[in-house]
Design a protein around this ligand. Structure first.
Ligand code: GLP
Length: 256
């Protein structure tokens, strides 16, 4: 696992945008796994500003709430179109986000998995992390081998996401999410976390034991992961100085 700690959220976002831009220039037909949440807003803004060519890019989002329409202002469909897709030249047919209103949720999940496979798998999967360690909506105790499926949100996640809905009661109880097994099959994972409220989940995910109680810890099993943090999210890391030192010695670091 590569751990990159930047002094501020802005610097961490800028670095991630450069990493993404380089990746997309090297592989203009890349299959990108995309994420939502407050953490991603500035990143997508920075990516839009770089004027990259998205004409051959394919995207798969991690998750979507169940029971709200794609037009709902807090759906992940709305989030993605508002923050990214409306501003880049990605073909609509290349954009994939689970349908939270599908008549059969299991069938929708199966189809989603098949589409990822048919696209050749995910080249780069972007991830945020919940305060309880969730990735996508894989809540604690999710199977580390799980595939795309329905998950019930924990009270903590619904509380965390209430800020977007205005009140906790309005946050859906269920979501469709790629599984941890699905995420681990992507060829490269980039996890972003900013702010002190993520510090505990980050420390457990990076330095703790692999456990379904912190689903992000499953990334320790993945051969290629970059974790990008601001200082506040890194405060719980025991080996922080080591990560700084390793990054400073890395001759490739300026690629970012
Ligand atoms: C949601 C999403 C996750 C995201 C998490 C953190 O629960 N399903 O994919 O990582 O929120 O969001 P934020 O960046 O707003 O803290």
């Amino acid at each position: 696992m590569e751990i990159i700690i930047q002094p501020t959220l802005e610097q961490a976002t800028g670095l991630t945008a450069r990493l993404f831009s380089n990746f997309m220039r090297e592989k203009p037909d890349a299959v990108l796994g995309l994420a939502t949440g407050g953490t991603m807003e500035a990143l997508y803004g920075a990516l839009v500003a770089t004027n990259l060519d998205w004409s051959r890019i394919t995207t798969f989002n991690l998750d979507e709430y169940i029971g709200i329409s794609p037009q709902h202002p807090q759906s992940y469909h709305s989030f993605m179109w508002k923050n990214l897709f409306n501003h880049v030249n990605v073909p609509v047919k290349n954009v994939h986000i689970p349908d939270g209103l599908a008549k059969s949720i299991p069938a929708e999940c199966e189809t989603y998995e098949r589409k990822i496979f048919a696209a050749g798998g995910i080249d780069l999967q972007l991830l945020g992390i919940g305060t309880d360690g969730h990735i996508g909506f894989n809540e604690p105790t999710s199977s580390l081998a799980s595939r795309t499926r329905i998950k019930t949100l924990t009270p903590q996640t619904r509380k965390d996401n209430a800020r977007f809905f205005g009140s906790e009661e309005l946050v859906p109880h269920h979501a469709i999410t790629m599984g941890i097994g699905t995420i681990l099959e992507s060829r490269y994972c980039v996890l972003l976390a900013f702010g002190a409220r993520k510090a505990k989940a980050v420390a457990e995910a990076v330095e703790g034991p692999i456990t379904s109680m912190n689903p992000a810890s499953a990334l320790q099993l993945h051969p290629k992961v970059t974790v990008i943090l601001d200082e506040a999210a890194a405060v719980g890391l025991t080996n922080k100085d080591y990560y700084h030192w390793v990054y400073d010695q890395n001759p490739d670091r300026h690629e970012y």
